[in-house]
Design a protein around this ligand. Structure first.
Ligand SMILES: Nc1ncnc2c1ncn2[C@@H]1O[C@H](COP(=O)(O)OP(=O)(O)O)[C@@H](O)[C@H]1O
Ligand SMILES: [Mg+2]
Length: 420
């Protein structure tokens, strides 16, 4: 547990450092309900779904917003005795199909039988050597006792490209619902829409709860940071906190890595309160880290032999552009931040071809392009790239004082306006 008062000995400081490394989890989903911040409306939707017989859920959204975490902690939040919960979670891989997914779920569900060695537990998968069909699944799921609350989560569903499998999954959910089977199936995956995640989703519209996981709002981000500071018995000042929140763009993993970096920087100087200086130190550490795939993707996107190529500046302007709620921006929206960085006016034609190139394989498809020639819109293919590019832009000196001070202010200036 966190020390109640300021650490005295080296050993105390080491213990605090250890605890800080434990409660900031930039690269793993949350599995403990107490460390899960905010998201009360999504939690309530899932709880309602679990409670109501015949209802199932589809959790969807951008990568890195906290879908897996939500699907994991829900089992601990259902207000009942823990023994009643029967929770199975399976992460799909791209080689999976309907049958392989359910076979791996069936490995974790058991039946009791006496096959001559006394009564023993056997995995249901033992009964299906040749794989399973939707009718097998519906039949097996009907065996859960009435006293149980079974929850089955199928995560990373977007990796399943086989349309037949996806249709069979929709059929299964419909059949399980129609038969009022005592089980809740939760499908989780990266997608902007439910239609794109599940083929045949129309047939399950009435029996499924669609839970969109948006980016975290600034209140949830504050909770994420403050609860951890309290856990450590440490403090963080406003500028430092808002800098973390504004840079993270609603993506919790960044709040974790910046928060952790800043806390460790404070601890290393034997301080119990975190300041903006510590956050800046964390940014340097993140940008300097060599094991960073973002860094490699970034280098590929901006690489150039030409003196005058301005991919670095243009990408930074993209990261600062106003966006719609799905993260898309137009060339027009890049214009003002780019002019600001270049310190001179620039016409759209002056960088439009570069935007197209950033959305091509040559630049690692760092941007995604939609729409038609006259109204192309773009967004970062990986949401995490946006905060990374802003941090790089800071390091490269592309942000003027006004922009930098907007970063540590509670309300973002328009230059950084996203949804936070
Ligand atoms: N509500 C939350 N509170 C604190 N941290 C969170 C929360 N949701 C997600 N995280 C953190 O954010 C990162 C991404 O979470 P994850 O559940 O893996 O997202 P997704 O499944 O949407 O890609 C992880 O580092 C996780 O620890
Ligand atoms: Mg996930």
């Amino acid at each position: 547990m966190a020390p109640a008062s300021k650490p005295k000995t080296d050993e105390d400081w080491r213990a605090l450092r250890f605890e800080a490394n434990r409660i900031f989890t930039p690269s793993t989903p949350i599995s403990v309900a107490q460390l899960f911040a905010g998201r009360s409306s999504q939690i309530n939707s899932l709880l309602d779904t679990v409670a109501e017989r015949g209802r199932h859920a589809i959790v969807y959204g951008e990568p890195g917003v906290g879908k897996t975490s939500l699907a994991q902690i829900i089992q601990h939040i259902v207000p009942t005795n823990a023994e009643r919960i029967k929770y199975v979670r399976k992460s799909a891989v791209s080689s999976d199909n309907y049958s392989t997914i359910w076979m791996s779920i069936f490995k974790e569900l058991h039946f009791l039988a006496d096959l001559g060695e006394g009564e023993k537990r056997y995995p249901i998968s033992d009964l299906y050597k040749d794989g399973v069909t939707p009718s097998d699944v519906v039949r097996e799921l009907a065996f859960f006792g009435e006293d149980l609350i079974p929850i089955i989560v199928i995560d990373e569903y977007n990796l399943i490209k086989d349309k037949d499998s996806s249709r069979q999954m929709a059929e299964t959910i419909k059949a399980v619902s129609d038969a009022s089977v005592n089980v809740t199936i939760i499908i989780v995956g990266i997608s902007d829409t439910v239609e794109n995640l599940i083929d045949g989703h129309a047939s399950i519209g009435r029996c499924s709860e669609e839970v969109l996981m948006p980016r975290m709002n600034s209140h949830e981000m504050q909770l994420l940071i403050e609860s951890r500071m309290i856990g450590l018995g440490m403090k963080i000042n406003g500028d430092a906190k808002w800098k973390i929140i504004n840079l993270s763009k609603g993506l919790p993993a960044f709040a974790h890595s910046l928060g952790k970096g800043a806390v460790l920087s404070a601890i290393d100087t034997r301080k119990m309160s975190v300041t903006e200086y510590n956050v800046d130190h964390a940014i340097e550490t993140i940008l300097g880290g060599s094991q960073n795939t973002l860094k490699m993707d970034y280098e590929q996107a901006i690489r150039s032999n030409q003196e005058r190529a301005r991919f670095r500046q243009i990408l930074t302007a993209c990261a600062l552009a106003d966006t719609d709620e799905s993260g898309y921006f137009t060339p027009k929206q890049v214009q003002a931040p780019l002019a600001n960085i270049l310190k001179k006016p620039i016409g759209i034609d002056g960088f439009n071809p570069n935007l197209k190139e950033l959305a091509s394989a040559k630049r690692g498809n760092v941007l995604q392009q939609i729409g038609s020639e006259r109204i192309f819109r773009y967004r970062f293919a990986s949401p995490a790239m946006q905060p990374f590019v802003i941090m790089k832009g800071m390091q490269d000196g592309f942000l003027d004082e006004k922009a930098k001070s907007a970063l540590s202010a509670p309300e973002q200036g328009t230059l950084f306006s996203n949804e936070l």
